[in-house]
Design a protein around this ligand. Sequence first.
Ligand SMILES: C[S@@+](CC[C@H](N)C(=O)[O-])C[C@H]1O[C@@H](n2cnc3c(N)ncnc32)[C@H](O)[C@@H]1O
Length: 279
Amino acid sequence: MPATMLTEQVTDAQLSQFGKLIYERTGIRISSQKVSLLSNRLRRRLRATGIDCYTRYLSHLKKLPPNDPEWDAFLQEITTHETYLFRDAGQWDWFQETFLPEVQAAARQGKRSKSLRIWSAASSTGDEAYTIASCLAGKLPHHSQWDIKIVGTDIGVGALEQARNPRFRERAMRRVPETYRRRFFTKSRDDVWTPRPELAAWMSFSQHNLIQPLPGKPFDLVILKNVLIYFDAASKDVVFRNIDRSIPRGGLLMVGPAEGISDIVSGYEKVHTWLYRKS
Ligand SMILES: C[S@@+](CC[C@H](N)C(=O)[O-])C[C@H]1O[C@@H](n2cnc3c(N)ncnc32)[C@H](O)[C@@H]1O
């Protein structure tokens, strides 16, 4: 790590330029209360990169492509990847006890094919995607006859790298039901849990910024949790419209308990405070 003598204090004008760049690239709005936090974190990035001036670091960032490791390190300073398996238990009860039986009944009655596409938007290190896979493996009978795709996306390349090579610590596993732990995960001697290959076979992870639409086929269910808390109303609206393009009529959108999008969700029936069905 290069040592840098950083004597300069970041100015309000520079902070607002960083805030503008973050907003343009990600939709994340740095609130005025968080500005002092940003200045400490910027200082860390300058030290790590060996750049001794805030303006130079800003122009450096502007030139980098979104998948550059420095963008990832910078975004890590302003977002959190906090996640764990079976977060918000009630939603996973609904997934197993209502959603999967309904999907299965519809397939039995010939009203749909035996295929299921689920998108974990803002998947972080993959804990949500592996929760989906555990529920499917546990509660969808004859799942080997189904064409199942679980797509995880996130803006953070480091988080995605971990999602592709999942190694869950006890903290991330603390809410996983005992039977699922035993059936679908293997614990190594260093107390790390690895999902069985049958779960990983359904997954794909890729980098995607929610302020852009995701190309490709629509999904039966989109899970968008604990990410829009960083966004202002305008960028929440942009994200909702992009997500909406990936949901067909009758498709479902599951959000986090604190997502705060009830005002902008239009064209959907509210099934729960955290669940919407496209009309
Ligand atoms: C707190 S984690 C949520 C993980 C998981 N959905 C959950 O609820 O446990 C938030 C994630 O949102 C991602 N994120 C933030 N802004 C994003 C954007 N514009 N596009 C895609 N992902 C973004 C972050 O990288 C982070 O991994």
